[in-house]
Design a protein around this ligand. Structure first.
Ligand code: ADP
Length: 474
């Protein structure tokens, strides 16, 4: 069986968040399990493409509406990623430094999808399944089954995975001429609230859709930025499959990005050394519990709550703590989090930006990771943290609910807060600090959480089962 993963991100080529991690790991584990899995993604002007060699396997001219464009398909030469990687280069549209955030993102990703389908059509490239990820690839199922141009490809089965249901990539019907001629009886399958909505269309047109955790599938009917009714109607067709982690990349025993490597046996001694180095680098006291937040500074992640949570923590003389933040996002939150540095020197520090290596060092050195998310489709940070013996303090939502069991429950290993408010999270933090005081219990917990199995092996099997049972929607 062959599966093409179509994604806007893929680690280590271009990663903004969890989508990149999944697209860079799941195909590798599928290959190991005997499914031929490849990745197709856009060509961005980034380090990986500049530093690696590619063969041009296809080139063509095509059109998006009245706009002609040229594209090339490049294939990574060595296969060293554990899967074949194809990148689609569209000069003037995709070949930029950033993945998202341009005024013409709609045009960029429509062109990406058209180039992909044209390549499939004209090159004779074969596949059994196209697995689309998030709205940037959400028009593909519709175009495969209901456009005249790609009709000959309609025997290919499709899966659509929602990594983030808050973003839909919607655009106005006036731009429908970007798409090739479509069956006029089927245009409704593109529409949601009088616009073309790629996420909604993919949910309705793909043979199967998945979310990255079972709880998130349920929550989309309650909150999905206007698609609640759609998810209520379609949820019985959906499957929640929890993400795994790439245990080759995220392995404290071998991780080249951390100074002191460790295993569950050596964690008690080595983790503190990683913490000392990290605290020294950021001017923090290492004898206090070290709390961290890593991630996008957006409302979904509860990042707007952080300044208040941190003020509560840093003003509590009974429970001194150290705090380190790594993230970027909403300008106002960035400013507030930066301002705290001056107010609490030696206790608090923040690096506003994106730094993959530092993230690894923080997972290795921190005691607790805070995730006060309002929405969390799966969440990978808590899984990486557990693997590095860092205890998650999370709001009980989405994938966090599915992967973190509270220490008060049988088999528990993390701290769950009942709601995303500063007070509820601060209560959870106080529980964490109590835990920190009990060194024996803490060290046992380190070992326990490092041994938990969140690898891709299990989840990859669930995807294989899904691929094997795909049938066209009747
Ligand atoms: P989302 O995809 O919603 O952003 P996930 O928890 O699924 O959230 O994935 C986040 C991924 O991005 C993790 O691998 C995390 O370590 C990484 N990450 C997020 N922000 C940063 C940052 N500022 N620097 C380094 N890594 C980051």
């Amino acid at each position: 069986m062959k599966v093409i993963h179509l994604s806007a991100e893929c680690y280590p080529i271009a990663k903004i968040g969890g989508l990149g991690d999944v697209a860079g790991a799941l195909p590798k584990y599928l290959n190991q399990a005997g499914v031929e899995a490849v990745v197709v993604m856009p060509f961005y002007e980034r380090k990986f493409v500049q530093q690696n060699e590619f063969d041009t396997v296809f080139r063509a001219n095509t059109v998006m509406g009245d706009r002609p464009f040229y594209f090339e398909i490049l294939k990574e030469k060595t296969g060293k990623l554990g899967f074949d990687l194809y990148i689609i280069k569209i000069p003037g549209l995709l070949d930029r430094t950033e993945v998202y955030g341009y005024d013409d993102d709609i045009e960029r990703f429509v062109a990406f999808q058209l180039a992909f389908l044209d390549w499939m059509l004209w090159s004779g490239e074969k596949t059994d399944v196209i697995h689309c990820h998030d709205h940037q690839t959400g028009l593909v199922p519709f175009l495969l089954y209901y456009s005249y141009r790609y009709k000959s490809l309609s025997n290919i089965r499709t899966v659509f995975t929602i990594h983030n249901g808050q973003y839909h990539g919607a655009f106005n019907w006036q731009r429908s001429y970007y798409l090739p001629d479509i069956d006029p009886w089927k245009t409704g399958l593109l529409d949601w609230k009088n616009g073309i909505n790629p996420l909604a269309s993919a949910v309705r047109c793909a043979d199967a859709f998945t979310t990255v955790s079972p709880s998130y599938l349920k929550e989309l009917s309650i909150s999905s930025n206007g698609l609640e009714f759609l998810f209520e109607l379609e949820k019985s067709r959906g499957t929640g499959i929890i993400n795994g982690i790439d245990t080759d990349v995220w392995n404290p025993k071998t991780d080249p990005m951390i100074t002191q490597k460790y295993t569950p046996k050596t964690v008690a001694v080595k983790k503190i050394k990683n913490k000392q180095l990290l605290c020294k680098e950021f001017g923090l006291a290492y004898d206090k519990p070290l709390f961290t937040f890593i991630g996008r500074l957006v409302v979904e992640k509860g990042a707007d709550l952080l300044p208040e949570i941190f003020r509560l923590m840093l003003s509590d003389p009974e429970n001194p703590v150290s705090i380190l933040v790594l993230g970027s996002g909403d300008a106002e939150t960035e400013l507030e989090l930066s301002a705290l540095k001056e107010a609490f020197p030696g206790q608090y520090n923040a690096l506003i930006g994106y730094d993959e290596e530092l993230a690894h060092r923080i997972y290795a050195g921190a005691d607790f990771i805070l995730m006060p998310s309002r929405v969390e489709p799966c969440g990978l940070n808590q899984l990486y943290a557990l693997r590095y013996g860092t205890i998650p303090v999370v709001n009980s939502t989405g994938g966090l609910k599915d992967t973190v069991i509270d220490i008060s429950e049988t088999g528990g290993y993390g701290i769950r807060c009942p709601e995303p408010t500063a007070d509820a999270v601060f209560t959870g933090i106080k529980r964490a600090i109590e835990l920190f005081k009990n060194t024996v219990e803490l060290q046992l917990l380190y070992r326990k959480i490092m041994a938990l199995d969140f690898s891709w092996n299990r989840s990859a099997q669930e995807y294989i089962h899904l691929y094997q049972n795909l049938k066209p929607i009747s």
